[in-house]
Design a protein around this ligand. Sequence first.
Ligand SMILES: Cc1ncc(COP(=O)(O)O)c(C=O)c1O
Length: 349
Amino acid sequence: MKIIDLRSDTVTHPTSSMYQAMQQAELGDDVFGDDPTTIKLENLAAEITAKENGLLVPSGTMGNLIANLTHCSKGNEVLLGDRSHIFLYEVGGISALGGLFPHVLPTLQDGTMDLNHVEESIRTENIHFPRTGLICLENTHNYCGGLPVSTDYTEQLCELAHRVGLKVHLDGARIFNASIALNVSVRELCKSVDSVMFCLSKGLSAPIGSVLCGSTQFIEAARKNRKMLGGGMRQTGLIAAAGIVALNEMRSRLIEDHQHAKMIADSLAEFNLVKINRESVQTNIIYFNLNAELIEPDKVIEAFYQRNIRFLYLGKSKYRMVTHQDISKEDVLKVVAAVKEILSGLTEQ
Ligand SMILES: Cc1ncc(COP(=O)(O)O)c(C=O)c1O
């Protein structure tokens, strides 16, 4: 019996053409800089994001950390949203390993930060102040329901930053979802930022890896920081081969994941006991709340588990489902049926 695993798009397994590409990949040693498949992936990533160069990294977390370390000096302040992945879920790495000081601004409901607030928060020269070293943006915004952030906003933020000589790093773990949802190219979404990290191992279904892209000078320094963090790997062509397939074959199908997420969100919204903002379901992430005083989270999770459906309880009555390549239309219909059956049962109790 198939498990319908909606915990994250990171659970996706490689496709058969990825396995085939991995088997046939031409390999070298990437620390020596001569793995041809990795070089091919990095060039492709740079082209897609309108940057000069790319760097394959083991994870999104390491890509974001390397970007922060590379753009900043120890003691610098980093401006970022209080709901950003870097602030919430990356173990405080920028402080622990980079000596960087997070200056958090409220993340607005649409995943952005107020531009006036950003401008006011940039430090002026004063003996008492740390130097502002970087501004980080996230697109799509995970905590804000996978909302895509517009090119307009990205450009305004970059214009503001560049005016005072500051750089902008984009956590674009799911930038391809943003591109599909907004119907704009990844190139457009990334062209004004100074660096971008995107993940191969989420909706694009590759087994491992993210790519950090930026100027040639930035990537050269980032490569050294990757080595320092222990992220210099050898026959990375194996990973890169799957990554190339991910970029060439898996991008356009993301629209299906978005449609599937909408179908599930609509079915949840039929129940008064569910709190869900349907407008915020624009990509592949669905957040919803069920009053924990009325319905025990363990029972909800267990009822779906019994039907081979898995998703996450995040605490404080909040749940998350994420659609992806391994969730078919048939699976979605099963989830919709389970939602109806389980939630009707709970309403009647
Ligand atoms: C927005 C965002 N950035 C970064 C990451 C980190 O990626 P990884 O799990 O590959 O470290 C994630 C992971 O879910 C994410 O959602």
